[in-house]
Ligand binder design. Structure first.
Ligand SMILES: *Cc1c(COP(=O)(O)O)cnc(C)c1O
Length: 485
């Protein structure tokens, strides 16, 4: 007997005629399908769908789900992404029938609860960010960026000149320059100085009246607070430019400092990072934007307002950039984030950031003698090491990332930010115990020893996972989602 090394595809399990469902008997007169759907829209051959029993389907997907590393299975210190756990109570509230079953076209008088939740959530986000108003529509941080930039463009347009450039530091996330380009601006790079923050001299060289704004991440992608933000704000205001904050790292600031107080006009808030809603494939995401008075008139519509004790959808903002998402954004995520924030309350939210900062600094203290630290400054909720010493011995950051899987850990973010060669960007989050942090530090220290004593072990890792190293470039370029007999 040969035991297959991989799980069968669901199509390989399939047997013609096998079913995993039972439907009640039909109690309406049957109709011919061609009476209901025009002939030209009908399939010529039946869809190639797998046919299985119910428990075959359940086992198939449960087995697959445990082959992958995920936040419910193990530590996931993916820098910049804030992979904190997803509280199960979020799932309870977001599946309450009143939220889950509400059709987006439900009239206002029958959706007061959903509207109230959106109104309250936008209010909490403006309070946390120290800004004037918020839109919950964007579906992710990147779409929040585009939304913010389109508002900045609308603002300058209204003054008579949309301007040409947006300044982006060299430590920025790749979505920043991409969003700048999509918004019709030219992305102008500004360098980082030796302490890993914006180089003010270089900034002085690129600032002029053609600049519409700057996009800053604070704390930045090195986990370092941009302490010169007040000077940067002044330089921008002097030329009439606006300030956009990439709020992906808000996990470090809750209840401690506010983008609005730092002078920002707009911030996107990744609910799937800071406020515990699931990421990516487990998503969808949500990236609300909060804005200052300058940008408020340009917010997407509709906005939820409260008048005479009722909640209403208000479309009456002539300067609005319009809609950026169908209906009101990813509503289920809004319920989850709202739950998380109400569960913690203001003190609890501050505690999140304090613990995130302590955890990151603890891990850094344990690891700093074993890996290179290019920017040695106090860090906030994450930090960036480099595998450059290991590379000199023939092992790269990617090899270390793969070896970590053998120890049961997801890798940190690697090769980002770009200003650190062989970057290992580590973000433990506030929800991890000291035992987990220690086990992770021990694993990285052990791998560093293996690099010296048993290099092949690292170079050929992972050894314990269902698949070894995949050709991920090819997987992205030659997507094949079809099953062929
Ligand atoms: C995650 C992230 C983004 C993009 O956010 P998405 O929600 O993934 O679209 C932008 N900037 C930084 C610094 C990030 O970490």
């Amino acid at each position: 007997m040969t035991i297959p090394k991989y799980d069968k595809l669901i199509f390989e399990i399939s047997k013609p005629g096998r079913k995993g469902y039972t439907l009640p008997p039909n109690d309406v007169p049957p109709k011919d399908v061609t009476e209901l759907i025009p002939e030209k829209f009908l399939r010529k051959v039946p869809a190639n769908l797998p046919e299985t029993s119910e428990n075959q389907v359940v086992r198939h997907y449960v087995n697959i789900s445990t082959k992958n590393h995920h936040i419910d299975k193990g530590f996931y210190p993916l820098g910049s992404c804030t992979m904190k756990y997803n509280p199960k109570v979020n799932e309870v509230t977001s599946s309450m029938p009143g939220f889950r079953n509400t059709h987006p076209h439900t009239p206002e008088q029958h959706s007061q609860g959903a509207l109230e939740l959106m109104y309250e959530l936008a209010g909490m986000l403006t309070e946390i960010s120290g800004l004037k108003a918020a839109s919950l529509q964007p579906a992710a941080g990147a779409q929040g960026e585009l939304t913010g930039l389109l508002m900045i463009r609308a603002y300058h347009d209204k003054q008579g000149n949309p301007r040409k450039k947006i300044i982006v530091p060299d430590s920025a996330h790749g979505t920043n320059p991409a969003s700048v380009t999509l918004a019709g601006y030219e992305s102008v790079n500004v360098k980082s100085n030796e302490s890993g923050t914006v180089d003010l001299e270089d900034l002085g060289r690129v600032v002029d009246e053609d600049v519409a704004g700057i996009m800053l991440t604070n704390p930045n992608t090195l986990g370092i607070f941009e302490s010169q933000i007040i000077q940067i704000e002044k330089m921008m205001r002097d030329v009439g430019a606006l300030l956009y904050m990439d709020g992906a790292n808000l996990n470090a600031l809750l209840g401690i400092s506010r983008p609005g107080d730092m002078g920002f006009d707009c911030v996107h808030i990744n609910l799937h990072k800071t406020f515990s809603t699931p990421h990516g494939g487990g998503g969808p995401g949500s990236g609300p934007v909060a804005v200052s008075e300058r940008l408020e008139p340009f917010l997407p519509v509709p906005r939820v307002i409260k008048a005479d004790g009722r909640y209403r959808l208000d479309y009456d903002y002539p300067d609005s950039i319009g809609k950026v998402h169908a209906f009101f954004g990813n509503f289920g995520m809004l319920v989850r984030a709202y739950t998380y924030m109400r569960m913690h309350g203001p003190e609890g939210l501050r505690g999140i950031s304090e613990n995130a900062i302590i955890n990151a600094n603890y891990l850094l203290a344990r690891l700093r003698d074993h890996y290179e630290l290019k920017y040695d400054a106090p860090v906030m909720h994450e930090f960036v090491l480099s595998a450059s010493r290991q590379k000199a011995m023939g092992v790269r950051a990617m090899d270390i990332a793969k070896r970590l899987l053998d120890y049961g850990f997801h890798s940190p973010t690697v090769y980002f930010p770009l200003i650190v060669k062989e970057a290992l960007m580590i973000e433990p989050t506030e929800t991890e115990t000291k035992e987990t942090l220690d086990a992770f530090a021990d694993a990285l220290i052990k791998i560093n020893e293996e690099v010296k004593s048993d290099q092949d072990l690292v170079l050929q890792a992972p050894h314990t996972t269902p698949v070894k190293r995949l050709d991920d470039v090819r997987a992205a370029k030659e997507i094949n989602l079809c099953y062929k007999e």
